[in-house]
Write a protein that binds this ligand. Structure first.
Ligand SMILES: [Fe+2]
Ligand SMILES: [Fe+2]
Length: 256
């Protein structure tokens, strides 16, 4: 039976969890100006499995072409996936620009992507796919809203790091930078009337439980991920160019 619960409750939970997520140590590290900016994005290779899988999520998991019910929700999801499936190649560009694209033996690369250091990164895909592949559109929508909320936290911080970097290198960072943040509104659809429609969707008790479960599981695995990324950054110091060393030394002097 519908009518007792509305989506706004779930969106409020997502908003609350988003604020908690923003306070995780990874984001403090990324904003620590005593550390060279490139070092603060040095976890990028560790992200590879999920960033590249995210394109497939949009194509093969979130998007459904032949749907019979909840067509307005699925329609909005499909439209969203058209935008989001196209962002993964920007990550490859940034790996190169960040100097994090070593010439590597193929077997070694595979071993890295499926290795111990990146095991949480892979589990994101398995968990999110598990929660959404067979789910009805409303649950897919909840999952996307949660992903968008965390994406917005991440890109708000990473784009500040890249604007520092741009001043040093005069290069553009298309994945971690401002231009990506601009298309990541933090929601499935940017338009406020669509968001209002989403907020008023009525849920059954079962859908409400499924939605809360999806939100909790997704925030949980992503929060764990931030610790994996932080550990990776600590274990893989980047070689800094002289200009970067000078820049971070002068920043440190200002901090003291
Ligand atoms: Fe994106
Ligand atoms: Fe997105």
């Amino acid at each position: 039976m519908k009518g007792k619960f509305i989506m706004q409750e779930i969106l409020d939970i997502i908003e609350f969890k988003k604020q908690e997520f923003a306070h995780l140590p990874l984001f403090k590290f990324m904003q620590d100006k005593s550390i060279a900016p490139r070092q603060r994005l040095s976890f990028a290779p560790c992200m590879a499995h999920f960033i590249m899988s995210f394109s497939d999520f949009n194509k093969y998991i979130f998007r459904v072409r032949n749907y019979y019910s909840d067509s307005k929700i699925q329609e909005a999801i499909n439209e969203h996936t058209n935008e989001d499936e196209a962002h993964s190649p920007w990550f490859l560009v940034d790996l190169e620009v960040l100097g994090l694209n070593p010439q590597c033996n193929f077997a070694k690369t595979i071993d890295f992507i499926w290795g111990e250091e990146t095991k949480i990164t892979r589990q994101i895909s398995y968990q999110v796919a598990g929660l959404t592949l067979q789910a009805e559109p409303v649950i897919k929508l909840v999952a996307i809203e949660a992903l968008e909320a965390m994406g917005n936290v991440f890109f708000s911080v990473s784009s500040k790091v890249t604007s520092e970097l741009e001043q040093i290198t005069q290069k553009e960072y298309v994945y971690f930078g401002e231009s990506h943040l601009e298309v990541e509104t933090g929601h499935t659809m940017g338009a406020s009337e669509v968001e209002k429609y989403f907020a008023e969707i009525e849920l059954t008790e079962l859908q409400r439980q499924e939605a809360i479960n999806a939100v909790e599981k997704i925030f949980n695995i992503f929060s764990q991920w931030t610790y994996e990324l932080l550990t990776y950054a600590h274990n893989h110091p980047v070689e800094l160019a002289q200009s970067e060393l000078e820049q971070s030394k002068s920043k440190l002097a200002i901090c003291r």
